[in-house]
Write a protein that binds this ligand. Structure first.
Ligand SMILES: [Zn+2]
Length: 256
């Protein structure tokens, strides 16, 4: 079976760029293009030739490199249909339920709106990996900028149903701030306490805390843990609906 090689690298101040590569088929995709120069350097380091950009959403720190990389490499830019008019250089528009081949791999598109209205995630089941942009972060989630709280909760709940061993690649390294906040609202979560300690050590050595894995997020991410009795009690939302608990957690993080 073919192997999907994945290379993650820091971009801009706290973004991550990701390259995925199917050596057998000579196919390489960048997940978002925060910055052309840094994506180019990562391609050079790996000796890979860019064939696709898979855009998650229209924000500049995910798309600013698109046009330059396309001009240089002739790569095909795939991105969200619902915000196609805001994606520089887009060639192929995709949305919920679409799937396409990337080398030997089938990529499934999930609509994950909330951070932006058209935000999408890319799931590759055969490689147990999903690229979730600014939807989920380690112990965190993206700000609800364009959508509603209910919409964002629906997106998180959708990703939460992927196979638990799915590795999640996220757009930003916000983990230390997220861990601190998570501990404040669920201090009795032993898995969270342990993980906060682990990520602090990684960051002290300037190492990435990502990718993460869905089962780890389900145990430690307060934005996914809306059924936690401790969180509900701390928020005085014992009888609320799941999305309302999510909304309160998100509001509190916005103010933190
Ligand atoms: Zn964003």
């Amino acid at each position: 079976m073919a192997t999907l090689q994945i290379h993650q690298f820091p971009c801009l101040s706290d973004n991550y760029g990701v390259l995925i590569h199917d050596a057998e088929r000579g196919v390489t995709a960048a997940i978002d293009a925060p910055n052309a120069e840094q994506v180019r350097a990562a391609l050079k380091e790996k000796g890979w030739k860019l064939t696709y950009v898979l855009t998650t959403h229209h924000h500049g720190d995910h798309t600013d490199g698109n046009l330059e990389l396309k001009a240089e490499t002739g790569c095909v830019i795939i991105g969200p249909r619902a915000e196609a008019n805001k994606i520089p250089g887009i060639d192929t528009e995709v949305g919920e339920g679409d799937a396409f081949r990337l080398g030997s791999f089938q990529v499934h598109v999930l609509d994950t709106p909330g951070h932006t209205l058209g935000h999408i995630s890319y799931w590759i089941p055969a490689a147990s990996v999903a690229f979730v942009g600014d939807t989920i972060f380690a112990m965190g989630c993206g700000r609800v900028i364009e959508g509603t709280m209910e919409m964002m909760w629906g997106s998180l709940a959708k990703l939460a149903k992927l196979p638990p061993a799915t590795r999640l690649y996220c757009g930003h390294e916000y983990t230390i701030s997220n861990a601190k906040f998570a501990l404040a609202i669920e201090p009795g979560n032993a898995a969270l306490v342990k993980r906060a300690d682990e990520v602090a050590k990684l960051r002290a050595e300037d190492k990435p805390t990502l990718p993460t894995r869905l089962d780890i997020e389900l145990e430690t991410n307060p934005f996914l843990r809306v059924t936690s009795a401790e969180i509900r009690k701390n928020l005085k939302l014992e009888a609320a609906q799941d999305w309302q608990v999510f909304a309160e957690v998100r509001e509190r993080k916005n103010r933190a």
